[in-house]
Ligand binder design. Structure first.
Ligand SMILES: *[C@@H]1O[C@H](CO)[C@@H](O)[C@H](O)[C@H]1NC(C)=O
Ligand SMILES: *[C@@H]1O[C@H](CO)[C@@H](O)[C@H](O)[C@H]1NC(C)=O
Ligand SMILES: [Mn+2]
Length: 470
């Protein structure tokens, strides 16, 4: 037992899928003491369960209790045909258990949550996270199925109202876009607008959120950070998670720009995927140690500025910090970090916005020729139509120069909330660009509701004709 545990503990972070076959272990010596301490809680839980069971029995004996006011609903719930079209409750069918997890069920057994020493704060180290998480999953089998692929999307903005008069409206639309994407693909989303660490402001604020979300969501394998100023401009595209199975951190970037040029724009830290595992906890500890909450913040500013020559401002920032870690500690972190440069994992808006019109035209043309893409359908089955489209996109390329819809468009430098955009751009290019991107994305969503924006910059909509664009 102890030997087994040791092996698990020493193993590097691996995708959960490769770990589910091995027994899920927690230090067995920790259990009895915790269990002992928590026994009053257990008794309480049992009483509660017994109580619930009684109520349940009572309800079973009172069928009239269930009779809905609406007879149509009653018909539905007592219709035996309904049972037959339900997917079989096969444990190997992850789709089924993912869409019907026993959400409210938390067994009374002790988990890492019951450890009073566990802290959600980024300043407290967490250890043996892989074992803790796997042990929790073992106790929540309905959530363990499919956990290796599960993604939680995270985004955030400041706690106070935006200084830019249309800032909050823009953030609302950026947020709506993320909610749309998550609903279409069955992902959970957490939007934070509290500063979790008072000193970790601005671009540093995301690290405490990612850390807390990992603990709050042991059922999620990946935490996907997407900046508030980034939006999905291809609602169909799905992350190629399989490609990242041997990695724990994914960002848009190019290795040669890190190792040859030491450029702070060699990657972008505004969108990243991070695996929910101990490696990531350790990596974030190191990454966050360059932040404003540490006594070394100023020193790190100088170190980063002197190591990364094109860094533009003296304060230590998360993105340059990441480039620095890859450059200086490549052996330590590099082989678990995937720099995705093949598609717009996130893309620079100024390079993208001008391509929307041509892309729209190409897609419209494609749909004129392919009836299967024009067919109206329920939003829930959207992914199937995204998969249909792939064969028409074989020559579309991806990323710069291609005509596939860019996956994520990032309005770096535009600062929708503060309105304090980089002087490189005119305000109107930023605002028009955002409106264009938001409508471009929204049209892909509204279509499932039968409407579309006719104008790239106009909020009004009109109904889509049947068999559009025949
Ligand atoms: C859009 O397509 C037209 C016609 O094919 C082409 O001339 C133009 O350069 C394209 N614009 C962009 C931004 O790609
Ligand atoms: C948007 O389009 C509608 C309908 O075409 C029009 O009445 C309205 O004036 C437009 N709004 C703006 C701000 O251009
Ligand atoms: Mn950003």
């Amino acid at each position: 037992m102890a030997v087994d545990f040791k092996i698990t503990f020493n193993a590097p972070c691996l995708p959960l899928t490769s770990l589910t076959s091995t027994p899920l272990l927690l230090p067995s010596m920790a259990k009895p003491t915790l269990r002992h301490k928590a026994s009053p809680c257990l008794a309480h839980a049992l009483r509660f369960l017994a109580g619930s069971f009684l109520v349940f029995l009572l309800l079973l004996t009172l069928p009239s209790f269930f009779t809905p006011i609406n007879p149509a609903t009653n018909l539905d719930s007592s219709n035996t045909k309904f049972d037959r079209i339900d997917p079989p409750s096969d444990a190997s069918s992850s789709v089924n258990s993912q869409s019907h997890p026993s959400l409210p069920y938390d067994p009374p057994d002790i988990t890492f949550y019951d450890d009073p020493k566990l802290s959600y704060s980024i300043e407290k180290r967490i250890e043996q996270w892989d074992e803790k998480r796997h042990h929790w999953l073992k106790q929540h089998p309905s959530l363990a199925t499919g956990a290796g692929e599960r993604v939680l999307l995270l985004s955030a903005s400041q706690p106070a109202p935006c200084p830019n008069p249309i800032g909050d409206h823009l953030l609302l639309r950026f947020f709506k876009n993320k909610v749309d994407y998550c609903r279409i693909h069955g992902y959970d989303i957490f939007y934070n607008n509290a500063l979790l660490h008072p000193e970790m402001f601005s671009y540093w604020a995301k690290l405490p959120v990612v850390r807390a979300a990992m603990i709050a969501h042991p059922e999620a394998e990946w935490i996907w950070w997407v900046d508030s100023d980034a939006l999905f401009t291809d609602m169909e595209f799905k992350l190629p998670l399989d490609r990242y199975k041997n990695h724990n951190f994914v960002a848009h970037g190019w290795a040669h720009l890190i190792y040859d040029r030491k450029s702070w724009t060699a990657l972008n830290a505004g969108v990243f995927l991070i695996r929910n595992c101990q490696w990531s906890m350790d990596f974030m500890d190191v990454w966050a140690s360059m932040g404003p909450q540490t006594p070394n913040y100023e020193k790190w500013g100088q170190v980063l500025k002197s190591t990364i020559p094109d860094k533009q401002f003296p304060e230590s920032d998360d993105q340059t910090g990441l480039v620095y870690l890859l450059y200086k500690e490549k052996e330590k972190w590099g082989d678990k970090i995937y720099l995705e440069g093949e598609y717009y994992f996130e893309g620079y808006w100024a390079e993208i916005v001008g391509t929307f019109d041509n892309i729209t035209e190409r897609y419209t043309e494609m749909e004129r020729e392919a009836g299967e893409l024009r067919r109206r359908h329920a939003e829930k089955v959207s992914e199937q139509y995204g998969a249909f489209r792939e064969k028409y996109l074989r020559d579309a390329g991806s990323g710069k120069g291609g005509w596939r819809r860019p996956f994520i468009t990032h309005f770096t430098g535009c600062q929708p909330c503060s309105g304090d955009h980089n002087q490189m751009y005119s305000g109107s290019s930023c605002w028009d660009g955002m409106l264009k991107a938001l409508n471009f994305a929204d049209n892909q969503v509204l279509r499932k509701y039968g409407f579309r924006h006719l104008d790239a910059l106009n909020l009004s909509v009109s109904e889509l004709p049947y068999d559009y664009p025949a």
